[in-house]
Design a protein around this ligand. Structure first.
Ligand SMILES: Nc1nc2c(ncn2[C@@H]2O[C@H](COP(=O)(O)OP(=O)(O)OP(=O)(O)O)[C@@H](O)[C@H]2O)c(=O)[nH]1
Length: 790
């Protein structure tokens, strides 16, 4: 067949371009490594198949005789070959696209992509079917009805194009290279179809046009693959933009179907099949989408539950936190379940943090959590409410709850083994149940009140809520509030309890005791308000007031010529305050009191804390010239070894040693009765160079026993209670006779390494030492110890 030179040139050029593109694709595929290699090999194979179709078509066109128009069988053969090539290359291109990294990353993703592609392909094919079949028949007589293989090629082409459109549509930017690739693949398929249709029926012009489009498509594919020198992962979003993907093909099908009907067309099998495929693909896709949504909602619900649980859990112990406990409490209240709440608080836990560090503190708290968890009954819950505060909620009767509380007390009091040695702790527990109708706030308050009561009553114990606690708490709150203004309102007074010289029982000293008289509350007991003052941080203020008042009164007595000393109780908190030494020195200076006339009494409780620190503090205090008395000796805390090291001057034998032991007579001997414990402490005190005062002397028998033991000073009911300053002054006056006015102030102890000049002896202190009288009225005072004695 003679073709115009222009057409021959187009054929030759198309062939050359296709060959060049295929060679380029092959080279790129051979060079490529990693995940992109299989994809690019498939693209190169697809290009090779397309090239073969194109070359076969060109050969057919160029070698056709002039009888080409009448040689339908021959044309069908060439057209079928080109159509098969087009179908195969279309499938290979689709496979290459799918193998691009990130396109079909997961099975579920691939299924979604395939369904989307089928939806798009079915719509494309349907539109094509409407345009090229009866009655529209765009190609008219050139419609290749004699070559059914072309129909197969159209399906492959539609699938390839559909997939390409979806991949481009779903890919994240930048996607220029991907678009060129997709356009190239679609062009190769369209060109192949044109080539086949031309060979089958439409003639050489269409065949050559198809070949040119096919070659251009191959060039685009090669260009896209070649330019993509460092291919990355394609990110497909298969969830977003669902609306567009579903609507566009459906609209296209609806419009073309309407058009087809308007043209008087009929829906034959191919059109119906395309419609059915589209419908199934859409339904399947919707099903997958629905499943995605369900899975997503399920995951969301799981996460929400997880975060909700986290919000109700204490991270350190993995127990419930306060919110978790409240939730369960409210549930129990709504169900009307019988409930008992145990409120637990570790005793003295801050010392664990202070002495061993927060890490050990945390480890102990975690261990408390696990011990609680390990000792619960099924159905009960434990919670950490914060800090060292825990709670246990039980569905139990009161008796059962008490048993559990006892068990927990024992379990939590066991030592907590840590790397640097065990930590010893105790716990206080408050127990409360519903008060009548379930009321969560009330239950919490009652359990808390019971716990506070357990703390107040000495810790390491269990207290069950009692309605009386409410009144106690109210009084406590009132006292705390009123105490803050007690000094300003002039409600405090000092009382002085005489210390007698023995055996003459002449008053030689006095212990200043704080008293509080409130206009409405009346006399508030010192054993009630002093511990409260310690807890609420008021003790330092009260202590400073007592110190100044005591010094003032002492200065007046000394000015009046009385040979007397005054002692003041020092709380552990004051003792450990760095500024306390300065306060004492200032008080002495302000009232011109000779330091040795002031005795500071520290309790044995202070000795139970850091001994070295206590020694440093006491030494600093003694440097001011005051003397130190160890109060309540024998009540239980200090060891004899500690006593030897403490820089003190006076030992006050606890009243329990004086009162609890009946004086005995020496075995097998006649002689005066003696108190063995007092005797031992006396000997010990004298051996250590300490002066000894017997406290709590209430009967003549006890007096005889302490005198027999060699005790030179006594204090107690026998010599007088705490009285106003004027009364003590009267006692001093009455007892004073010109011959008895030598000083009976206990001498300071000689402490090795401390200059005697610094701790002046009280011997020889006389009225000459007394300061000028200060014109100020003394108020009143008080002490918890005195109450115990009472
Ligand atoms: N290690 C650690 N300590 C904590 C944590 N939360 C709070 N604390 C500390 O726990 C201590 C709780 O002290 P309190 O209960 O007030 O006092 P306490 O020493 O136990 O005295 P009582 O309760 O009166 O016996 C404080 O020192 C807090 O700083 C925590 O998560 N880890």
């Amino acid at each position: 067949m003679h073709l115009p030179p222009g057409m021959v040139a187009v054929a030759a050029l198309s062939g050359l371009v296709a060959v060049a593109a295929t060679v380029l694709l092959t080279m790129v595929a051979r060079r490529r490594t990693g995940l992109h290699r299989p994809a690019h090999v498939l693209l190169a194979v697809a290009a090779g198949v397309s090239l073969l179709s194109l070359l076969a078509g060109m050969v057919a066109v160029l070698s056709a005789s002039d009888h080409w128009a009448h040689e339908q069988g021959l044309r069908t053969g060439w057209a079928t070959a080109a159509a098969v090539g087009t179908a195969l290359s279309g499938l290979a291109f689709a496979a290459g696209l799918l193998r691009l990294p990130g396109v079909a990353a997961t099975t579920a993703g691939t299924a979604r992509l395939a369904l989307d592609s089928v939806t798009m392909a079915a719509a494309l094919w349907f539109v094509g079917w409407v345009l090229f079949s009866e009655p529209t028949r765009l190609l008219g007589d050139a419609t290749p009805m004699a070559c059914p293989a072309i129909v197969v090629a159209t399906v492959s082409a539609a699938l390839g194009a559909g997939l390409a459109v979806i991949v481009v549509f779903r890919a994240a930017a930048p996607r220029r290279g991907l678009t060129v690739l997709a356009a190239g693949i679609s062009a190769v398929s369209c060109g192949g179809l044109g080539l086949s249709a031309g060979l089958c029926q439409a003639g050489p012009t269409m065949a050559l046009a198809g070949a040119a489009v096919l070659a251009a498509g191959l060039l685009a594919v090669a260009f896209a693959v070649y330019r993509d020198d460092r291919p990355g992962q394609i990110e497909l979003d298969l969830i977003g933009r669902d609306g567009e993907y579903a609507v566009v093909p459906m609209v296209a099908m609806a419009v073309s179907a309407t058009y087809h009907l308007l043209q008087g067309g009929q829906f034959t099998a191919p059109g119906i099949v395309a419609g059915i495929v589209e419908g199934f693909a859409l339904v399947a896709r919707q099903y997958v989408t629905l499943k995605d949504v369900r899975d997503y909602a399920g995951r969301l619900a799981e996460r929400e539950a997880h975060f909700r649980e986290l919000a109700h859990t204490d991270p350190l112990t993995s127990l419930a936190n306060r919110r978790g406990l409240l939730r369960t409490l409210h549930d129990s209240a709504a169900a009307g379940t019988p409930c008992v709440l145990l409120s637990l608080d570790l005793d003295g836990f801050k010392h664990v943090n202070d002495m061993r560090g927060h890490g050990v503190g945390d480890a102990v708290l975690a261990e408390v959590g696990s011990r609680l968890r390990g000792n619960l009954r099924p159905g009960d819950m434990a919670a950490r409410l914060g800090g060292d505060e825990f709670a246990v909620l039980m569905s139990a009767r009161p008796a059962e709850a008490d048993r559990v509380a006892e068990r927990l007390l024992g379990v939590l009091n066991r030592p907590y083994d840590q790397e640097e040695g065990p930590v010893f702790l105790s716990v206080s527990i408050g127990v409360a149940g519903w008060a009548g109708a379930p009321d969560v706030d009330l239950l919490l308050r009652h359990a808390d009140l019971a716990l506070r009561y357990a703390k107040q009553r000495g810790k390491n114990r269990i207290e069950r809520y009692d309605a009386a606690y409410d009144q106690l708490l109210r009084r406590r709150t009132t006292l705390e509030h009123e105490m803050r203004g007690a000094i300003e309102r002039d409600e405090l007074r000092l009382a002085f309890q005489p210390v007698a010289s023995l055996p003459s029982v002449r008053p030689v000293g006095a212990e200043a005791l704080l008293r509080w008289h409130h206009p409405e509350l009346g006399n508030v007991r010192p054993d009630e308000f002093i511990p409260l003052a310690e807890e609420c941080g008021m003790i330092a203020t009260l202590g400073a007031w007592v110190l100044h008042q005591a010094c003032y009164q002492l200065s007046r007595w000394l000015a009046d010529g009385h040979d007397v000393w005054v002692s003041v109780n020092v709380s552990p908190r004051e003792l450990h305050a760095p500024e306390y030494v300065v306060q004492v020195a200032e008080a002495l200076r302000a009232h011109h009191v000779p330091p040795q006339r002031l005795v500071l009494e520290v309790t044995e409780h202070a000795v139970a804390t850091d001994l070295d620190e206590l020694i440093r503090r006491l030494t600093a205090l003694r440097l001011t010239g005051v003397r130190i008395a160890l109060d309540d000796f024998g009540a239980g805390y200090s060891s004899l070894g500690q006593l030897r090291r403490l820089p003190i001057d006076i030992l006050k034998i606890d009243h329990s040693l004086v009162a609890e032991h009946e004086p005995v007579r020496p075995v097998g001997k006649d002689g005066p009765a003696f108190a063995p414990m007092v005797d031992i402490v006396m000997r010990l005190g004298h051996q250590l160079g300490l002066e000894v005062i017997a406290e709590g002397v209430t009967t003549p028998t006890e007096l005889a026993a302490v005198v027999a033991a060699g005790c030179r000073f006594g204090q107690g009911a026998l010599f007088g209670w705490g009285v106003p300053a004027e009364h003590l002054e009267a006692m001093l006056e009455a007892a004073t006779s010109p011959g008895a006015r030598q000083s009976r102030v206990p001498a300071p102890r000689r402490v090795p390494g401390v200059s005697e000049q610094v701790i002046p002896s009280a011997e020889g202190v006389s009225a000459a030492d007394a300061p000028q009288s200060v014109d100020q009225h003394v108020r009143s005072v008080d002490s918890s110890r005195e109450m115990r004695q009472a």
